[in-house]
Design a protein around this ligand. Structure first.
Ligand code: SF4
Length: 231
């Protein structure tokens, strides 16, 4: 399966790296606040995908200039040949960051064990109790995200957790419950929500900064570093 989009240069997707970002198509969740909802649904007969050779040619040409590749989506861990594709990218000398919703821990752990990724950013949508409502999938099995959380907290691999906070879904109580779940984690970013025209639920609202600061204080009881992003 090929990628469906490419942002040729990004300065914001992977720390201070000069990054090329690749987008996969398809996702197992239906978050009402998703900014990439056009990437969520996947119809293999209709998609215009970018031949991987074109991407590799670009990365080969720019390898003295770019330093990293960010793989995002959609949900990239659903790509059956993800490891194969990252192997080809790695062979050009790039660092690789994976963005994931954490529901396919075995894919992530395999990539880590094979030294195919250098960093992983995992979405934590909410406390476990509110996960189904927040992701728009009512019968949700949380064992995958649970395993991802437990693995990253107990291993020495560079990661971040990140939560886009929404007034309708997040509260002091849900932060307390989320903090208890993520107890001992290294870092979490609380991300500002922007309502853009492709967000599926147009009735949602951003969390005011003063409330986000309260959320941060709650999470600081459990997580070593809590940062606000985009506020
Ligand atoms: S997990 Fe990410 S890509 Fe999938 S629906 Fe949620 S926000 Fe969108």
């Amino acid at each position: 399966m090929d990628f469906c989009g490419i942002q040729k240069i990004s300065l914001v997707d992977f720390d201070t790296e000069l990054t090329c970002t690749l987008f996969s198509k398809g996702c197992n969740l239906r978050c009402p606040f998703c900014h990439n909802f056009e990437l969520v649904l996947y119809d293999k007969d209709k998609e215009k995908l970018i031949p991987f050779k074109e991407i590799l040619d670009y990365l080969e040409e720019k390898k003295k200039f770019l330093t990293a590749v960010c793989i995002t989506g959609g949900e990239p861990t659903l790509m059956p040949d993800l490891a194969e594709k990252i192997t080809a990218i790695k062979s050009l000398g790039y660092k690789v960051k994976l963005d994931t919703n954490g529901f396919m821990p075995d894919v992530m752990i395999d990539l880590i064990n094979r030294h195919l990724i250098d960093y992983v950013a995992v979405d934590i949508k909410n406390s476990k109790e509110l996960y189904a409502k927040t992701t728009g999938v009512m019968s949700l099995d949380l064992s995958g995200i649970n395993k991802t959380v437990e693995y990253l907290i107990s291993h020495d691999f560079p990661y971040e957790f990140r939560t886009t906070i929404i007034d309708e879904f997040h509260s002091d109580y849900s932060m307390e419950m989320m903090g208890k779940w993520l107890n001992g984690a290294k870092i979490i970013f609380l991300q500002h929500f922007e309502l853009s025209s492709n967000v599926p639920d147009q009735t949602l609202h951003a969390v005011p900064t003063k409330n986000a600061l309260v959320f941060r204080r709650i999470l600081e009881k459990y997580i070593q570093k809590v940062e606000l992003r985009g506020f």
